[in-house]
Write a protein that binds this ligand. Structure first.
Ligand code: GLU
Length: 378
Protein backbone atom coordinates (compact mmCIF):
# COMPACT_ATOMS: atom_id res chain seq x y z
CA UNK A 1 0.00 0.00 0.00
CA UNK A 2 1.29 3.49 -0.81
CA UNK A 3 2.14 5.81 2.10
CA UNK A 4 -0.71 8.12 1.06
CA UNK A 5 -3.19 5.24 1.07
CA UNK A 6 -1.94 4.15 4.51
CA UNK A 7 -2.39 7.72 5.76
CA UNK A 8 -5.92 7.96 4.39
CA UNK A 9 -6.81 4.64 6.01
CA UNK A 10 -5.47 5.76 9.37
CA UNK A 11 -7.32 9.07 9.49
CA UNK A 12 -10.51 7.52 8.18
CA UNK A 13 -10.64 4.93 10.93
CA UNK A 14 -9.58 6.93 13.97
CA UNK A 15 -11.97 7.27 16.84
CA UNK A 16 -9.93 8.66 19.73
CA UNK A 17 -7.43 11.42 19.00
CA UNK A 18 -4.96 13.42 21.08
CA UNK A 19 -4.10 16.82 19.61
CA UNK A 20 -1.05 18.57 21.06
CA UNK A 21 -0.69 22.29 20.53
CA UNK A 22 2.63 23.92 21.23
CA UNK A 23 3.25 27.42 22.59
CA UNK A 24 4.85 28.44 19.28
CA UNK A 25 1.58 27.74 17.47
CA UNK A 26 -0.59 29.41 20.11
CA UNK A 27 1.47 32.58 20.17
CA UNK A 28 1.81 32.59 16.38
CA UNK A 29 5.29 34.05 16.55
CA UNK A 30 4.24 36.90 18.87
CA UNK A 31 4.82 37.13 22.59
CA UNK A 32 1.23 36.49 23.66
CA UNK A 33 -1.45 33.89 23.04
CA UNK A 34 -3.29 34.56 19.82
CA UNK A 35 -6.98 33.95 20.61
CA UNK A 36 -7.75 33.64 16.90
CA UNK A 37 -5.54 30.53 16.77
CA UNK A 38 -7.46 28.92 19.65
CA UNK A 39 -10.75 29.79 17.97
CA UNK A 40 -9.68 28.06 14.74
CA UNK A 41 -8.42 24.99 16.58
CA UNK A 42 -11.67 24.79 18.53
CA UNK A 43 -13.79 25.04 15.36
CA UNK A 44 -11.88 22.27 13.62
CA UNK A 45 -11.83 20.07 16.74
CA UNK A 46 -15.57 20.53 17.19
CA UNK A 47 -16.13 19.27 13.65
CA UNK A 48 -14.22 16.11 14.50
CA UNK A 49 -16.27 15.63 17.66
CA UNK A 50 -19.50 16.16 15.75
CA UNK A 51 -18.39 13.41 13.37
CA UNK A 52 -18.18 11.05 16.34
CA UNK A 53 -14.50 11.27 17.27
CA UNK A 54 -13.32 11.61 20.86
CA UNK A 55 -10.72 14.34 21.18
CA UNK A 56 -8.32 15.18 23.98
CA UNK A 57 -6.29 18.37 23.72
CA UNK A 58 -2.86 18.76 25.25
CA UNK A 59 -2.21 22.48 25.24
CA UNK A 60 0.85 24.45 26.22
CA UNK A 61 0.62 28.18 26.67
CA UNK A 62 0.09 28.73 30.39
CA UNK A 63 3.49 30.35 30.84
CA UNK A 64 2.99 32.55 27.76
CA UNK A 65 -0.46 33.62 28.98
CA UNK A 66 0.89 34.25 32.49
CA UNK A 67 3.71 36.42 31.21
CA UNK A 68 1.24 38.60 29.33
CA UNK A 69 -0.96 38.92 32.39
CA UNK A 70 2.00 39.82 34.60
CA UNK A 71 3.42 42.23 32.03
CA UNK A 72 6.68 40.29 31.74
CA UNK A 73 8.46 40.69 28.40
CA UNK A 74 11.76 38.89 28.93
CA UNK A 75 12.18 35.11 28.78
CA UNK A 76 11.74 33.48 32.19
CA UNK A 77 14.63 31.31 33.21
CA UNK A 78 14.16 30.33 36.85
CA UNK A 79 11.67 27.63 37.77
CA UNK A 80 9.66 29.55 40.44
CA UNK A 81 9.01 32.41 37.99
CA UNK A 82 7.87 29.95 35.31
CA UNK A 83 5.65 28.21 37.87
CA UNK A 84 4.16 31.52 38.99
CA UNK A 85 3.53 32.55 35.37
CA UNK A 86 1.97 29.15 34.64
CA UNK A 87 -0.33 29.47 37.67
CA UNK A 88 -1.48 32.90 36.53
CA UNK A 89 -1.75 31.89 32.87
CA UNK A 90 -3.41 28.48 33.10
CA UNK A 91 -6.82 29.87 34.04
CA UNK A 92 -6.65 32.36 31.16
CA UNK A 93 -5.60 29.61 28.77
CA UNK A 94 -8.44 27.34 29.80
CA UNK A 95 -10.77 30.34 29.68
CA UNK A 96 -10.04 30.80 25.96
CA UNK A 97 -10.77 27.15 25.21
CA UNK A 98 -13.96 27.25 27.25
CA UNK A 99 -15.14 30.42 25.59
CA UNK A 100 -14.84 29.06 22.07
CA UNK A 101 -15.89 25.48 22.80
CA UNK A 102 -18.98 26.81 24.54
CA UNK A 103 -19.97 28.59 21.32
CA UNK A 104 -19.79 25.18 19.63
CA UNK A 105 -21.88 23.66 22.44
CA UNK A 106 -18.99 21.48 23.56
CA UNK A 107 -18.04 20.93 27.17
CA UNK A 108 -14.43 21.07 28.31
CA UNK A 109 -12.51 20.05 31.42
CA UNK A 110 -9.18 21.27 32.70
CA UNK A 111 -6.81 18.40 33.48
CA UNK A 112 -3.40 19.07 35.02
CA UNK A 113 -0.97 16.17 35.27
CA UNK A 114 2.55 15.50 36.48
CA UNK A 115 4.83 12.66 35.50
CA UNK A 116 4.20 11.07 38.89
CA UNK A 117 0.51 10.81 38.09
CA UNK A 118 1.26 8.57 35.14
CA UNK A 119 4.16 6.52 36.45
CA UNK A 120 2.50 5.44 39.70
CA UNK A 121 0.24 2.50 38.79
CA UNK A 122 -2.65 3.45 41.04
CA UNK A 123 -2.66 7.10 39.98
CA UNK A 124 -2.18 6.07 36.37
CA UNK A 125 -5.32 4.00 36.56
CA UNK A 126 -7.24 6.79 38.29
CA UNK A 127 -6.17 9.31 35.68
CA UNK A 128 -7.16 6.87 32.94
CA UNK A 129 -10.56 6.16 34.44
CA UNK A 130 -11.25 9.86 35.00
CA UNK A 131 -10.30 10.74 31.42
CA UNK A 132 -12.37 7.87 30.05
CA UNK A 133 -15.32 9.06 32.09
CA UNK A 134 -14.91 12.60 30.75
CA UNK A 135 -14.97 11.19 27.22
CA UNK A 136 -18.06 9.15 28.02
CA UNK A 137 -19.70 12.43 29.13
CA UNK A 138 -18.72 13.93 25.73
CA UNK A 139 -16.35 16.37 27.42
CA UNK A 140 -13.15 17.51 25.71
CA UNK A 141 -10.30 17.35 28.24
CA UNK A 142 -7.81 20.20 27.86
CA UNK A 143 -4.64 18.88 29.44
CA UNK A 144 -1.43 20.59 30.51
CA UNK A 145 1.43 19.76 32.78
CA UNK A 146 0.74 20.83 36.37
CA UNK A 147 3.62 23.31 36.21
CA UNK A 148 2.82 24.85 39.59
CA UNK A 149 3.75 21.72 41.53
CA UNK A 150 5.99 19.95 39.03
CA UNK A 151 9.47 20.08 40.50
CA UNK A 152 12.24 18.53 38.45
CA UNK A 153 11.80 14.90 39.53
CA UNK A 154 8.11 14.78 38.67
CA UNK A 155 8.20 16.92 35.53
CA UNK A 156 7.47 15.73 32.02
CA UNK A 157 9.58 18.69 30.95
CA UNK A 158 7.76 19.17 27.71
CA UNK A 159 4.23 18.71 26.50
CA UNK A 160 5.31 16.54 23.56
CA UNK A 161 6.15 13.75 26.00
CA UNK A 162 3.00 14.45 27.99
CA UNK A 163 0.86 14.16 24.85
CA UNK A 164 2.37 10.78 23.94
CA UNK A 165 1.85 9.44 27.45
CA UNK A 166 -1.73 10.69 27.44
CA UNK A 167 -2.27 8.99 24.06
CA UNK A 168 -0.95 5.77 25.60
CA UNK A 169 -2.99 6.30 28.77
CA UNK A 170 -6.31 6.55 26.93
CA UNK A 171 -5.44 4.11 24.13
CA UNK A 172 -5.80 6.80 21.48
CA UNK A 173 -5.70 5.85 17.81
CA UNK A 174 -3.76 8.89 16.69
CA UNK A 175 -1.55 11.62 18.13
CA UNK A 176 -1.44 14.87 16.16
CA UNK A 177 1.32 17.28 17.17
CA UNK A 178 0.79 20.84 15.96
CA UNK A 179 4.19 22.42 15.72
CA UNK A 180 5.32 25.63 14.08
CA UNK A 181 7.53 23.73 11.62
CA UNK A 182 6.31 21.56 8.74
CA UNK A 183 7.25 18.20 10.24
CA UNK A 184 10.47 16.23 10.39
CA UNK A 185 12.98 17.57 7.86
CA UNK A 186 16.11 15.88 6.53
CA UNK A 187 18.23 18.62 8.12
CA UNK A 188 18.09 21.90 9.99
CA UNK A 189 16.55 24.41 7.54
CA UNK A 190 18.42 27.21 9.32
CA UNK A 191 21.71 25.64 8.23
CA UNK A 192 20.79 23.40 5.30
CA UNK A 193 18.90 25.07 2.48
CA UNK A 194 18.30 21.71 0.81
CA UNK A 195 16.52 20.23 3.84
CA UNK A 196 13.28 18.57 2.77
CA UNK A 197 10.29 17.16 4.59
CA UNK A 198 10.15 13.45 5.44
CA UNK A 199 6.45 12.73 4.83
CA UNK A 200 6.37 9.15 6.04
CA UNK A 201 8.30 7.18 8.64
CA UNK A 202 7.49 3.52 8.86
CA UNK A 203 9.93 3.01 11.73
CA UNK A 204 11.50 5.45 14.16
CA UNK A 205 15.12 4.44 13.81
CA UNK A 206 18.08 5.88 15.78
CA UNK A 207 19.10 7.60 12.51
CA UNK A 208 15.76 9.37 12.31
CA UNK A 209 16.10 10.45 15.92
CA UNK A 210 19.55 11.82 15.13
CA UNK A 211 18.14 13.86 12.25
CA UNK A 212 15.49 15.28 14.60
CA UNK A 213 18.17 16.17 17.15
CA UNK A 214 19.87 18.37 14.59
CA UNK A 215 16.97 20.65 13.78
CA UNK A 216 16.66 23.71 15.95
CA UNK A 217 13.24 25.01 16.82
CA UNK A 218 13.22 28.46 18.36
CA UNK A 219 10.15 29.33 20.43
CA UNK A 220 9.35 25.72 21.17
CA UNK A 221 10.11 23.99 24.46
CA UNK A 222 11.19 20.63 23.14
CA UNK A 223 12.15 21.16 19.50
CA UNK A 224 11.86 18.38 16.93
CA UNK A 225 13.84 15.96 19.03
CA UNK A 226 11.17 15.67 21.76
CA UNK A 227 8.46 15.46 19.09
CA UNK A 228 10.10 12.45 17.48
CA UNK A 229 10.69 10.95 20.93
CA UNK A 230 6.97 11.44 21.59
CA UNK A 231 6.17 9.76 18.26
CA UNK A 232 8.37 6.84 19.38
CA UNK A 233 6.50 6.49 22.70
CA UNK A 234 3.24 6.54 20.74
CA UNK A 235 4.55 4.06 18.13
CA UNK A 236 5.64 1.67 20.86
CA UNK A 237 2.13 1.88 22.28
CA UNK A 238 0.66 1.01 18.88
CA UNK A 239 -0.37 4.59 18.08
CA UNK A 240 0.34 6.59 14.88
CA UNK A 241 1.60 10.17 15.11
CA UNK A 242 1.36 13.03 12.63
CA UNK A 243 3.57 16.08 13.18
CA UNK A 244 2.31 19.06 11.19
CA UNK A 245 2.68 22.80 10.97
CA UNK A 246 -0.10 24.12 13.18
CA UNK A 247 0.11 27.59 11.68
CA UNK A 248 -1.25 26.38 8.31
CA UNK A 249 -4.90 27.32 7.74
CA UNK A 250 -7.41 24.55 8.50
CA UNK A 251 -4.56 22.23 9.37
CA UNK A 252 -6.60 19.80 11.51
CA UNK A 253 -9.27 19.49 8.83
CA UNK A 254 -6.56 18.88 6.22
CA UNK A 255 -4.95 16.16 8.34
CA UNK A 256 -8.27 14.36 8.68
CA UNK A 257 -8.95 14.60 4.97
CA UNK A 258 -5.80 12.54 4.59
CA UNK A 259 -3.82 15.25 2.83
CA UNK A 260 -0.16 14.48 2.44
CA UNK A 261 0.97 17.04 4.96
CA UNK A 262 3.60 16.91 7.74
CA UNK A 263 5.26 13.67 8.82
CA UNK A 264 3.32 10.49 9.58
CA UNK A 265 4.95 7.99 11.93
CA UNK A 266 3.52 4.50 11.93
CA UNK A 267 3.07 2.40 15.08
CA UNK A 268 5.57 -0.33 15.73
CA UNK A 269 2.94 -2.84 16.78
CA UNK A 270 -0.75 -3.40 17.25
CA UNK A 271 -2.16 -1.35 20.13
CA UNK A 272 -4.54 -3.84 21.62
CA UNK A 273 -2.08 -6.67 21.32
CA UNK A 274 0.48 -4.60 23.19
CA UNK A 275 -1.81 -3.57 26.03
CA UNK A 276 -3.16 -7.08 26.39
CA UNK A 277 0.34 -8.42 26.39
CA UNK A 278 1.28 -5.96 29.14
CA UNK A 279 -1.67 -6.92 31.33
CA UNK A 280 -1.44 -10.63 30.62
CA UNK A 281 2.30 -11.17 30.73
CA UNK A 282 4.24 -8.22 32.12
CA UNK A 283 2.46 -7.41 35.32
CA UNK A 284 2.98 -9.31 38.54
CA UNK A 285 -0.25 -11.02 39.57
CA UNK A 286 -1.14 -9.97 43.11
CA UNK A 287 -4.34 -11.87 43.80
CA UNK A 288 -7.14 -14.07 42.60
CA UNK A 289 -10.88 -13.56 42.15
CA UNK A 290 -13.22 -16.53 42.00
CA UNK A 291 -16.16 -15.67 39.76
CA UNK A 292 -19.57 -17.23 39.46
CA UNK A 293 -20.82 -18.65 36.16
CA UNK A 294 -22.97 -15.61 35.37
CA UNK A 295 -19.96 -13.29 35.57
CA UNK A 296 -17.85 -15.70 33.52
CA UNK A 297 -20.48 -15.76 30.80
CA UNK A 298 -20.90 -11.96 30.85
CA UNK A 299 -17.15 -11.52 30.39
CA UNK A 300 -16.51 -14.31 27.89
CA UNK A 301 -19.65 -14.13 25.78
CA UNK A 302 -20.95 -10.60 26.17
CA UNK A 303 -17.77 -8.56 26.48
CA UNK A 304 -18.83 -7.04 29.83
CA UNK A 305 -16.83 -5.56 32.70
CA UNK A 306 -16.59 -7.39 36.03
CA UNK A 307 -18.99 -6.16 38.73
CA UNK A 308 -18.83 -7.05 42.45
CA UNK A 309 -22.00 -9.15 42.27
CA UNK A 310 -20.26 -11.77 40.12
CA UNK A 311 -17.38 -12.39 42.54
CA UNK A 312 -17.68 -15.32 44.96
CA UNK A 313 -14.32 -15.03 46.75
CA UNK A 314 -11.09 -13.03 46.84
CA UNK A 315 -7.61 -14.22 47.75
CA UNK A 316 -4.34 -12.32 48.12
CA UNK A 317 -3.49 -8.81 49.25
CA UNK A 318 -3.57 -6.24 46.50
CA UNK A 319 -4.00 -2.54 45.90
CA UNK A 320 -6.28 -0.86 43.40
CA UNK A 321 -4.48 -0.86 40.06
CA UNK A 322 -2.84 -4.24 40.64
CA UNK A 323 -3.25 -7.17 38.29
CA UNK A 324 -5.30 -10.17 39.43
CA UNK A 325 -6.29 -13.51 37.95
CA UNK A 326 -9.94 -14.45 37.52
CA UNK A 327 -10.88 -18.10 37.87
CA UNK A 328 -14.18 -19.98 37.68
CA UNK A 329 -15.66 -22.16 40.39
CA UNK A 330 -13.45 -25.06 39.19
CA UNK A 331 -10.37 -22.82 39.58
CA UNK A 332 -9.84 -22.59 35.80
CA UNK A 333 -8.14 -19.31 35.03
CA UNK A 334 -9.87 -17.54 32.14
CA UNK A 335 -9.06 -13.84 32.38
CA UNK A 336 -6.77 -11.34 34.01
CA UNK A 337 -7.17 -7.64 34.70
CA UNK A 338 -6.45 -4.52 36.70
CA UNK A 339 -8.68 -4.09 39.76
CA UNK A 340 -10.31 -0.82 40.77
CA UNK A 341 -10.59 -1.77 44.48
CA UNK A 342 -7.98 -3.05 46.93
CA UNK A 343 -8.45 -6.54 48.41
CA UNK A 344 -9.63 -5.23 51.80
CA UNK A 345 -12.45 -3.17 50.30
CA UNK A 346 -13.26 -5.73 47.65
CA UNK A 347 -13.86 -8.47 50.23
CA UNK A 348 -16.61 -6.30 51.74
CA UNK A 349 -18.50 -5.76 48.49
CA UNK A 350 -18.27 -9.11 46.70
CA UNK A 351 -21.62 -10.64 45.84
CA UNK A 352 -23.29 -7.25 46.28
CA UNK A 353 -25.10 -5.06 43.79
CA UNK A 354 -23.20 -1.94 42.63
CA UNK A 355 -25.87 0.26 44.24
CA UNK A 356 -24.69 -1.04 47.65
CA UNK A 357 -20.99 -0.17 47.23
CA UNK A 358 -21.24 3.30 48.69
CA UNK A 359 -23.38 2.18 51.61
CA UNK A 360 -20.90 -0.54 52.53
CA UNK A 361 -17.59 1.24 51.94
CA UNK A 362 -18.68 4.81 52.59
CA UNK A 363 -17.49 5.78 49.09
CA UNK A 364 -17.71 4.52 45.55
CA UNK A 365 -15.05 5.11 42.92
CA UNK A 366 -16.37 2.79 40.24
CA UNK A 367 -19.20 0.39 39.53
CA UNK A 368 -16.79 -2.03 37.91
CA UNK A 369 -14.27 -4.08 39.87
CA UNK A 370 -12.38 -4.59 36.61
CA UNK A 371 -13.30 -2.40 33.67
CA UNK A 372 -13.53 -4.11 30.31
CA UNK A 373 -10.70 -1.99 28.97
CA UNK A 374 -8.41 -3.39 31.64
CA UNK A 375 -9.44 -7.01 31.20
CA UNK A 376 -7.74 -9.65 29.07
CA UNK A 377 -9.28 -12.98 28.17
CA UNK A 378 -6.62 -15.67 28.34
N1 GLU B 1 3.45 23.52 30.31
C1 GLU B 1 4.09 24.62 29.65
C2 GLU B 1 3.08 25.76 29.40
O1 GLU B 1 1.90 25.54 29.45
C3 GLU B 1 4.64 24.27 28.29
C4 GLU B 1 5.47 23.06 28.13
C5 GLU B 1 5.67 22.75 26.64
O2 GLU B 1 5.22 23.50 25.78
O3 GLU B 1 6.28 21.73 26.33
O4 GLU B 1 3.48 26.86 29.14
Amino acid sequence: MSPLKIRKNIVKNVKRIVIKIGSGVLTNGKDKIDEAVIKKIVLQTSLLVKKGCEVLIVSSGSIAAGKTELGIKKALTDIPSKQAAAAVGQSHLIGYYEKYFKKEKQKTAQVLLTHDDLSNRCRHLNARNALMTLLSFHVIPVINENDMVAVHEIKFGDNDTLSALVAHLVDADLLVILSHVDGLLTGDPAKDKKATLIPFAEKITPDLQKIAGKSSSPGSVGGMSTKVKAAKIAADSGISTIIVNGTINDIITKVFKGENIGTLFLPSQDKLARRKHWIAHTLKIKGKLILDNGAKKAIMKMGKSLLPSGIAAVTGNFDSGDAVDCVDSKENEFCRGLVNYNSRDLKKIIGKHTSKIEEILGFKFYDEVIHRDNLVIL
